[in-house]
Design a protein. Structure first.
Length: 253
């Protein structure tokens, strides 16, 4: 005896999972910029730990590779793309123009705003479209702000308020520190108090990162994507836990 199901009573539901959005770079922009300058001296055939290992710590190096992948500056096998080779070899106005084009390509929700007038809340809402957790959002925003300024893009004072130091102010602070060092050089050497031991959370984080397997470009595409997804979630969790710890310390004070 055959069993026939009435489609109207037993509808067939097909779940279509849309691809998760790519989380934008959250490595310190200075690290990214310095690495581009390093690559301008000679582009390797592949960007792997042997290339960046002497220039960045384990966690920072992972963030750097995640940034290169997010901006499509390396392919699935970690080989430099034409965009990376082109960008690393540019200077001046050509470099700023190319960097601006790269940002517009990979930050569509952000450039949907009028960045010359956008508020800080609008800016944060645009970055939430990428799916990053709160602990990583601020780092994503910081990378974009510094990259946009490096590209000569204008950002509103609302976006920059409270978290930006102009180059001129930065240069002034550097000179002030240099003058302070010069003045203090003639003073007696102060007693150095040993720094407190690292917090337990930091040690645990380093242990987790050390146990995480190294990326292998010989993996298939699916395994590579799972590796990057796992690392991204790990970095998000560490960023979130760091934010929670900081909030707890400020609340306890």
């Amino acid at each position: 005896m055959s069993l026939r199901l009435n489609p109207s009573r037993f509808p067939i539901v097909i779940n279509v999972t849309s691809p998760s959005p790519t989380i934008p770079p959250y490595v310190p922009y200075r690290t990214f910029r310095n690495f581009l300058e390093f690559l301008s001296e000679g582009m390797p055939a592949r960007i792997d730990r042997s290339v960046w290992g002497q220039r960045a710590s384990g966690s920072t190096g992972i963030q750097l590779m995640t940034a290169l992948r997010a901006l499509e500056l390396v392919d699935d096998d970690s080989r430099p793309t034409e965009d990376l080779e082109h960008l690393a070899g540019l200077e001046g106005d050509e470099r700023r123009s190319t960097l601006a084009t790269l940002l517009r390509r990979h930050y569509p929700p952000v450039f949907a705003l009028d960045l010359t007038r956008a508020t800080r809340a609008q800016f944060r809402e645009a970055f939430r479209n990428f799916g990053a957790k709160e602990g990583v959002l601020a780092k994503c925003e910081a990378f974009f702000i510094q990259a946009a300024q490096d590209a000569g893009l204008e950002l509103s004072s609302y976006v920059l308020a409270g978290r930006h130091v102009s180059r001129r102010a930065s240069s002034g602070s550097i000179r002030s520190r240099q003058q302070s060092v010069e003045r203090s050089s003639s003073q007696p050497t102060p007693v150095v108090v040993p720094a407190p031991a690292p917090a337990a959370g930091v040690s645990i984080a380093e242990m987790v990162l050390k146990k995480y397997p190294d990326f292998d470009p010989n993996w298939d595409v699916t395994t590579q994507q799972k590796w990057f997804d796992g690392m991204t979630k790990l970095m998000e969790s560490l960023g979130q836990s760091g934010g929670d710890q900081a909030s707890g310390e400020s609340g306890g004070g």
